[in-house]
Design a protein around this ligand. Structure first.
Ligand code: GLA
Length: 733
C-alpha cells in the first residue's frame, strides 16, 4: 500500500517504489515531518530531538514544556503565529488586522486515485495500474475557524509525491491570506547544495549550484509569470552529490505565475526547503465559505544522484502532466516564419516557404507574428485578432488550403494575453488592460497586459481566437506572452492583492476552454522563448519554445539546464541560420541539426529559399534521422553525459528504458593543439550485453562503453559532431 496511517502512533507513511515519506501528528496535534528518503519500513519518530533551547524558542501554551518548540521541530505546514521564526508557509490576518494562527490536526482521509485541483493544473493518473493514492489532512485553527487541507498525491511507480493545500475560511469573519506557500521539506541535519535554474531572455535555465549556508537563499519571480530569469524548479542535494551518486530532493511548481522557492539553514543547522506562491503584491481575502488553493508542487527523491531526479520528473511530466493526443504522438516537424521573415512576409512568401518545406519533407508551416490587423511591427495591433487579408492576399483559408494542397499542415502564432495601445480593442476597452488609475502604465515591448482575471475579457479573446481558428484548417497554435506584469490593478478586483493569482486562474481557464474546443490542436507554449517554461503550462501545451536563442552552442547550455526538470518531449528546438541572429555565432548545419534534435518539438526557423543545394540535402538527411530517433527522444531516458559549461565535449544520450538501444550525441566545444583524446561515456546500457553501433557496424561490450567510452577522433575541429546509435545484440545476433 502506498499510503498508510498507523492510528496508534498517528503516523502517516507514503511509500513509492524507492522512497518513503513519513509524518506524525504529535501529542499537541501538530503535524511533524519525520522522513523523506530511501524506501524503508519502520517508524522514524526517533529522528526528532527535544531539548530546552532557552526562552528564545517559544513553546505553545498547552505544552508547558520548554523542550517543545515549533521553532525547532521539523514540520509539514509551518505557519506564522505558533512560534516558528523560520520561513513559514502560511501567514494570515484576521478581520481585526491581527496576524497569527495556530494550525492543529483535525481530520484526515485516504482516497484512491490522484486528487485534482479546481481551476489549476495538477498531476493526474488515468489508469488504475498507476496505483495512485491521495491523502488529505485537514489542520484547523479554532479561533479563526480557518482550515488548511493538505493534499498529498502519490504515484508510487515513478517515485513522485505531490503536494497542494486548500486554505478555507470555515469561520464567521473575513480573513486575509498574506502568504500561501504549498510545500516544505524540513531536514534535521545535513550538508547540502541547492541547485536553481537561472537566466534571462534568450539564455534561460542555466543551472547554478551553491552551498546551503546559514540564512535564507531564495529565487522567485515577481513578474506575474514564472519567468526567463528564474525557473520554479529547485533541487537540493548532498554537497558531494553527482549525476549518479548522492541524495537529492526536488520541488517543481505546477504554476505559471509569480513564485518563491527558498532554502533556509536555521540556528540549529537544520534546513528547510520550500516552494509556493510569491507573497509580493499578494493579499488574498477569504470571506466565510471561500477558499484559496495553493498550487501543486511535485516532489521527488533520489539516492542515486541528480540524474534520477530528472528521470522521475520526466516520466511524471510526460505522462501525468501533459495531456491530449499530442502527449504521445510524434510532433510535426515545423518551419516557422519568424527567423525566416520576421514581420516582412506576405501570402506569396509564405506559400513559397511551404513549397520548399514540402520538398524537404517538413510537415508544417507556422505563420508567426505579423498576420493580423496592422501588425507590420511590434508596436501595434495586439488584441485585434483579425486576419490581414491584404497582406496575405486573401482570406486565411485560401492560404491554408494552398499550403495543405502541397501536403504541408498549417499553424499560427497568437499572443492572446496582450494588447497594444494602438489597437481597436484598447481604444474600445482601455480598462481591460492592467493599469493603475492615475499612473502611466509601464510598457514592455510597447504593449500592455490584458486583465485575464476578468471573464468578459477572456470571453472576448476566446471568441476572437475561435473565429480565426474556425476560419481555416489550423492544426497548431503557438501561444506567446512577451512581457512581465508591472502594474497590478484590475478594475474588478475586490482586493488588488488577488490580481496576480486570479490572472493565472483566468489564463488557465481560457486555455482549458480552447483545448476542450480544439482537442486535436497542438498548442506550443512560448513566452519570449522560455519565459513560462513550467509544469503548469505543460498541462495545457505539451511543448514549449525553449528559448528565443537558437544558436546551437548556447542551446546546448539551455537544453542541458532545462533537462534537469523537464523532458525533451516538452522542448521546442529549431535549426536556424548561421551566423546566429542573436549572438552572431557560426555553427555548422550538422551541429545545429543534432542539437535541435534533442527537442521533441523539432523544426526549422530560417529562410529555406536561400539555402544552397548541399544544405537542402543535409536537411533532408536530418529530417529522416529525426523521424527515426523521435520515439527515443520523446519517450527514452535522457542522460546528461557531460556539461556544456565544464567539459570540452558536450554529450547527451537518449536510451530506451529497457536498454535495448541508445542514441548518443557529442559536440566538441573546446580544442587544443595536438589535444588529448576525448571520450564519450554512455550510461543506461545493459551490463554484460554487446552493442552494435548502427552506422559503423562496430560491436562494443556495454561494460567497456560505460566505463571507458568511445574516443572521438583526436584533433577534432570545433563543433565536430558525432551521433552513435547503439543497438543491443540479442543472443541470436
Ligand atoms: C517572441 C517569441 C518568438 C516570436 C516573436 C514574435 O519573442 O519567442 O519566437 O514568436 O515573439 O513577435
Amino acid at each position: 500500500m502506498p499510503l498508510l496511517y498507523d492510528s496508534t502512533t498517528k503516523t502517516f507513511t507514503i511509500h513509492t517504489d524507492h522512497t518513503t515519506y513519513q509524518m506524525r501528528v504529535d501529542e499537541y496535534g501538530y503535524l511533524v515531518h519525520l522522513y523523506y528518503g530511501a524506501r524503508t519500513e519502520g517508524q522514524m519518530g526517533y529522528v526528532v530531538t527535544y531539548a530546552d533551547r532557552s526562552g528564545m524558542c517559544a513553546s505553545p501554551h498547552d505544552a508547558s514544556d520548554r523542550t517543545y518548540s515549533l521553532d525547532v521541530l521539523p514540520q509539514e505546514y509551518p505557519f506564522q503565529g505558533g512560534g516558528d521564526m523560520r520561513n513559514t508557509l502560511l501567514v494570515v490576518r484576521d478581520a481585526n488586522g491581527t496576524f497569527g494562527c495556530d494550525l492543529r490536526y483535525d481530520r484526515h482521509e485516504i482516497r484512491d486515485g490522484k486528487y485534482a485541483l479546481k481551476g489549476l493544473p495538477a498531476v493526474y493518473s488515468e489508469s488504475a495500474d498507476d496505483d495512485a493514492r491521495s491523502l488529505s489532512i485537514t489542520l484547523a485553527d479554532k479561533r479563526l475557524g480557518l482550515e488548511v487541507e493538505l493534499l498529498y498525491g502519490v504515484l508510487p511507480k515513478i517515485d513522485i509525491i505531490t503536494r497542494a493545500a486548500i486554505i478555507r475560511n470555515a469561520g464567521p469573519a473575513k480573513v486575509v491570506v498574506k502568504r500561501a506557500q504549498t510545500a516544505c521539506l524540513d531536514m534535521v541535519h545535513g550538508s547540502f547544495d541547492v541547485i536553481t535554474f537561472n537566466g534571462r531572455h534568450a539564455m534561460e535555465r542555466r543551472p547554478s549550484r551553491c552551498a546551503v549556508t546559514p540564512g535564507s537563499f531564495s529565487v522567485g519571480s515577481r513578474r506575474g509569470m514564472s519567468s526567463n530569469q528564474y525557473n520554479p524548479l529547485m533541487i537540493m542535494c548532498d554537497r558531494d552529490a553527482t549525476e549518479t551518486s548522492g541524495r537529492a530532493w526536488s520541488m517543481s511548481f505546477v504554476y505559471s505565475g509569480s513564485f518563491l522557492a527558498e532554502v533556509e539553514k536555521d540556528q540549529y543547522e537544520q534546513v528547510r526547503m520550500q516552494m509556493g506562491l510569491s507573497d509580493e503584491q499578494f493579499s488574498y481575502p477569504l470571506e466565510p465559505g471561500e477558499e484559496l488553493i495553493a498550487p501543486e508542487v511535485i516532489m521527488t527523491f533520489s539516492n542515486a544522484g541528480i540524474e534520477k531526479i530528472s528521470h522521475n520528473l520526466h516520466r511524471c511530466i510526460r505522462k501525468h502532466v501533459c495531456r491530449g493526443p499530442w502527449r504521445d504522438r510524434p510532433r510535426p516537424i515545423l518551419i516557422n516564419s519568424w527567423e525566416a521573415h520576421y514581420f516582412d512576409f506576405d501570402g506569396d512568401s509564405l506559400a513559397r516557404l511551404a513549397g520548399k518545406a514540402a520538398e524537404l519533407g517538413i510537415d508544417m508551416l507556422v505563420m508567426d507574428d505579423g498576420w493580423f490587423a496592422n501588425r507590420y511591427d511590434d508596436m501595434r495591433s495586439l488584441g485585434d485578432w483579425t486576419v490581414n487579408e491584404q497582406k496575405l492576399g486573401g482570406p486565411l483559408s485560401q492560404l491554408v488550403d494552398y499550403v495543405n494542397a502541397m501536403g504541408v499542415k498549417f499553424g499560427i502564432w497568437v499572443e492572446p494575453e496582450m494588447v497594444s495601445e494602438d489597437s481597436n480593442l484598447y481604444r474600445a476597452h482601455p480598462d481591460w488592460a492592467l493599469a493603475i488609475p492615475g499612473k502611466d502604465p509601464v510598457l514592455g515591448r510597447d504593449q500592455l497586459v490584458l486583465d485575464m482575471s476578468r471573464a468578459d475579457v477572456r470571453d472576448n479573446i476566446f471568441n476572437q481566437l475561435c473565429a480565426v481558428f474556425d476560419s481555416a484548417n489550423i492544426e497548431y497554435v503557438k501561444w506567446d506572452y512577451n512581457r512581465s506584469i508591472v502594474d497590478v490593478y484590475s478594475r474588478c478586483a475586490s482586493d488588488q492583492g488577488k490580481v496576480l493569482y486570479d490572472y493565472i486562474l483566468g489564463l488557465y481557464d481560457l486555455l482549458e476552454r480552447l483545448i476542450q474546443r480544439y482537442p486535436d490542436m497542438l498548442f506550443e507554449g512560448c513566452s519570449a522563448g522560455g519565459g513560462r517554461f513550467d509544469a503548469g503550462m505543460l498541462y495545457y501545451t505539451p511543448q514549449i519554445w525553449t528559448s528565443d536563442n537558437t544558436d546551437a552552442h548556447d542551446r546546448m547550455t539551455i537544453q542541458y539546464g532545462t533537462s534537469f526538470g523537464y523532458p525533451c518531449s516538452a522542448m521546442g528546438a529549431h535549426v536556424s541560420a548561421s551566423p546566429n541572429e542573436i549572438n552572431g555565432r557560426d555553427v555548422p548545419l550538422t551541429t545545429r541539426g543534432v542539437v535541435a534534435m534533442a527537442g521533441g518539438g523539432f523544426g526549422y526557423e530560417l529562410d529555406l529559399m536561400e539555402l544552397p543545394e548541399r544544405a537542402c540535402e543535409l536537411i533532408k538527411g536530418q529530417i529522416k534521422m529525426y523521424r527515426e530517433i523521435d520515439p527515443l527522444v520523446r519517450e527514452g531516458l535522457y542522460y546528461r553525459l557531460s556539461s556544456p559549461k565544464k567539459d570540452r565535449v558536450c554529450s547527451w544520450e537518449f536510451a530506451a528504458e529497457d536498454g535495448s538501444e541508445a542514441i548518443v550525441c557529442a559536440v566538441v566545444l573546446e580544442v587544443e593543439g595536438y589535444g588529448v583524446a576525448n571520450y564519450v561515456v554512455p550510461r543506461g546500457l545493459t551490463r554484460g550485453a554487446l552493442y552494435r553501433e548502427a552506422t559503423s557496424g562496430n560491436v562494443y561490450p556495454a561494460d567497456a562503453l560505460m566505463d571507458v567510452g568511445v574516443p572521438l577522433p583526436v584533433g577534432s575541429a570545433p563543433y565536430m559532431t558525432r551521433v552513435y546509435h547503439f543497438v543491443r545484440l540479442d543472443d541470436a545476433d
